[in-house]
Design a protein around this ligand. Sequence first.
Ligand SMILES: [Zn+2]
Length: 288
Amino acid sequence: MHKFSLLFLLILCIGVARGQKNDTTGTESNFVSDRDAKYAVSQILLYCGLEPNFTIIVDFKIPNAQAYIYKKKRYIKYNPDFMNRINDSTYTDWAAWSVLAHEIGHHLLGHTIEKFKFSHENELAADHFSGFILHKMGATLEESVACIQKEGNLHGTKSHPSLENRKQAIIDGWKQAEHLEQSDVCVNSLKYLENNYLNEEFTHMLKFNGDLNSYYINEIHQIIWYDNYGNAILLSSLTKHSGKSYEWDFLFENSLYSVDGSGKVWLMAAHGATILVGKTEAIATEEP
Ligand SMILES: [Zn+2]
């Protein structure tokens, strides 16, 4: 599996034969890097259960590696010199694997859909993925953080978080994979239960116009939304409307809404204006 070792040995041999290290233009290093990088990407994706359908290209002009989309195709480009140097200086070929895993993470997480968008949050998410997948592939924790340990910026940059934060994200990903491999972990024990005190006996569904999310009203008049982990999140609570025009009121994101007798949801706008913004629908309950 450790093809980068082979790559490194070959390059070293070529370098010795010529009396110097093969660097930027040698076709031999190009070929070996090309093959090894494609192999590595295919293996990383194998552990995700995916076919390798990225285009992998060599670019000696970039400092390390980069994931991007061009004309609706997903690319990963990398600098073979960087890959060799990082493997050399960390004494593990997992360093180069972690770089590629990080770039694959950017693609799989959808970060490359928005062009030239750098965010610390995205970098940490891609680091988390690299730690996760390297554990799955058999790397130790030390091997998984070898690259960042060597290349990370102590204080962070505008585009990348600090070494400590990035290392922690890799460790978290690695430990998450380790946790999932424990024999007593099954899908039912994984559910996050941070909000399990919320009542999830729903009487109505609430929809806002132009918002694809679904919200739910429980039997104690709370408005609940599920986050991407399936956690129930309390957004607001309905209170009885004091007048006759509406049945209920609720506050949401600093705006006041009212629900009328037919379930229509109205935004109480400035100067007494009301705007129809959504509706509630009763959730059918099974007949006893
Ligand atoms: Zn990145």
